[in-house]
Ligand binder design. Structure first.
Ligand SMILES: NC(=O)c1ccc[n+]([C@@H]2O[C@H](COP(=O)([O-])OP(=O)(O)OC[C@H]3O[C@@H](n4cnc5c(N)ncnc54)[C@H](O)[C@@H]3O)[C@@H](O)[C@H]2O)c1
Length: 469
């Protein structure tokens, strides 16, 4: 944790785990997480944010924080959605803000800018003419910024993972319920084309009863993580790799959870997690340190085991496997496998659908695609491909978010999804540190999962927002 973040948490009352009044002093981080799981078992919901509709916003006035590699794309996408006004931009580094301001020249968006200090974003969030704070900063800032935004009366959306500890997950839940502000994790993979189609197929009963799902984030980012000047700001992402567990679970998990109606009809019960050793991250740090003293401090650290496999059992008896490896030389994969009593689908390494012993033929898959293309893809899929962002899924996510806010609809991903999907990191860390023993997964909905409604796929009550291509 950076000193600046620690200082902020102390000052703002969003203090670290030892401040929860649950007798944590002297316990290791893993022990603290375990105590927190137990202590929250009796949590009573203040207000159910699942299915929550906020008052309609004709124009959504947005402030964006974090304009590194990810943020500028979000600004570009948002700038093309009707009913969005980009009113404020913030990044620690002024040059990043300047670049994005240049990209908006000639558009109707004339945002004010905030920059140059770790807390410049607070000044931006304190403005009274913003509806939505869009966060694309390093992970340690997501929850502090989102909580501060909700406290200031704004809806908060954040890049993944939205939280890095169980305590942060609970802070998000408690704050969203109390302030009645949306808190959404920007899990863009829920809006990818194959994932959306399989969600539609699952709803129609194509897979029968779902038995098992698999997701992953397998992406060779070793070089990018060690990139010195042009990579992640202040090497923040490399530093996150000191934690041993699944540190980036949500891309693979989100779509599987939506298909299994997790938080909305089923709930995660417990998990067990296992990591391999680290076979190359420390070695890379040592190799670089021998040539460049900049890497000396990294060479003294232990890095996460390269491949993490986490297994979740749900309360209704389904299983989920989630893997994470962002350093080994492997082709990209999020697996996305759904297996049920009547059939299965899998996206990586090669998309395939099956209802028996073999894979369906191309023509049969084409027919299924026609039948199961969801409304959102019919409405903005082609436009999304043109505007882009991971092939279009980023745009579909942003468009749907804005359309829901403008029409007063519940968001597809609520604060319980944000907390649950992010909680896999600290829970897996605990299990890895304890010989893969199982650990209970908190029910952030406090029992409301039994009656919460599944994610809406028909754009009912919405779909009215246009796009300026
Ligand atoms: N969903 C996806 O597909 C996807 C893809 C890439 C990145 N991401 C996520 O996006 C986020 C940003 O990643 P990135 O690749 O852009 O990293 P980055 O390092 O390129 O950008 C982070 C930016 O945040 C700024 N920043 C840091 N502290 C700040 C503060 N206190 N106030 C204001 N600005 C601050 C930095 O100056 C930097 O410009 C991460 O959470 C990452 O996981 C998601």
């Amino acid at each position: 944790m950076s000193n600046k973040r620690r200082e902020f948490l102390k000052l703002s009352g969003l203090a670290g785990i030892g401040m929860m009044g649950t007798g944590f002093t002297g316990l290791s981080r893993e022990e603290q997480e375990k105590v927190l799981v137990q202590s929250k078992k009796q949590y009573v919901q203040r207000f159910n944010m699942s299915g929550f509709s906020a008052p309609k916003l004709d124009v959504v006035r947005v402030g964006v924080i974090g304009l590194g590699m990810r943020g500028p794309g979000a600004v570009n996408r948002l700038s093309k959605i009707q009913g969005v006004e980009i009113k404020a931009l913030c990044d620690l580094r002024p040059e990043m803000v300047d670049k994005v301001m240049k990209s908006l020249e000639g558009t109707s968006h004339k945002p004010e800018t905030y920059s140059g200090s770790t807390f410049a974003w607070k000044k931006m969030v304190d403005r009274d003419d913003l509806d939505l704070i869009y966060i694309a900063t390093p992970w340690e800032w997501h929850t502090p910024m989102a909580v501060y935004a909700m406290e200031a009366g704004k809806h908060a959306v954040s890049e993944v993972p939205i939280a890095i500890s169980l305590e942060e997950c609970w802070q998000l839940v408690e704050t969203s319920e109390r302030t009645k502000k949306h808190c959404m994790q920007l899990e863009n993979c829920c809006y990818d084309f194959f994932e959306l189609m399989t969600l539609n197929m699952a709803r129609d009963g194509f897979f029968g009863d779902i038995i098992h799902g698999e997701g992953a984030y397998i992406h060779d980012l070793l070089d990018l993580n060690f990139q010195k000047d042009t990579g992640y700001q202040d090497m923040w992402r490399l530093k996150e790799n000191y934690r041993n567990g699944n540190i980036y679970p949500t891309h693979g998990l989100g779509p599987v959870c939506q298909i299994m109606n997790i938080n909305r009809g089923d709930q995660m019960d417990y998990l067990t997690s296992l990591s391999s050793n680290d076979f190359h991250m420390k070695a890379r740090a040592e190799q670089l340190a021998a040539e460049d003293n900049f890497f000396a401090s990294f060479a003294t650290k232990n890095f996460r085991g390269n491949m993490n496999t986490t297994l979740v059992k749900t309360k209704k008896g389904k299983s989920i496997m989630i893997q994470h490896d962002v350093s080994s030389p492997r082709p990209y994969s999020r697996i996305h496998l759904i297996s049920g009593t009547k059939g299965m689908a899998r996206k990586w390494p090669v998309p395939g659908i099956s209802t028996g012993h073999g894979w369906m033929k191309d023509e049969e898959v084409k027919e299924l695609e026609e039948k199961y293309t969801p409304e959102i893809v019919k409405k903005v899929g082609e436009m999304a491909k043109k505007i882009g962002g991971h092939g279009g899924m980023d745009f579909m996510m942003d468009w749907r978010l804005i359309d829901c806010l403008r029409n007063g609809l519940p968001l597809d991903q609520d604060v319980y999804d944000a907390a649950l999907w992010s909680s896999i990191t600290p829970l897996s860390e605990w299990s890895v540190a304890n010989r893969s023993n199982s650990i209970d997964i908190p029910d952030f909905t406090a029992g409301a999962w039994e009656t919460n409604e599944p994610v809406e796929l028909t754009l009912k009550g919405g779909g009215t927002t246009g796009v300026n291509a």
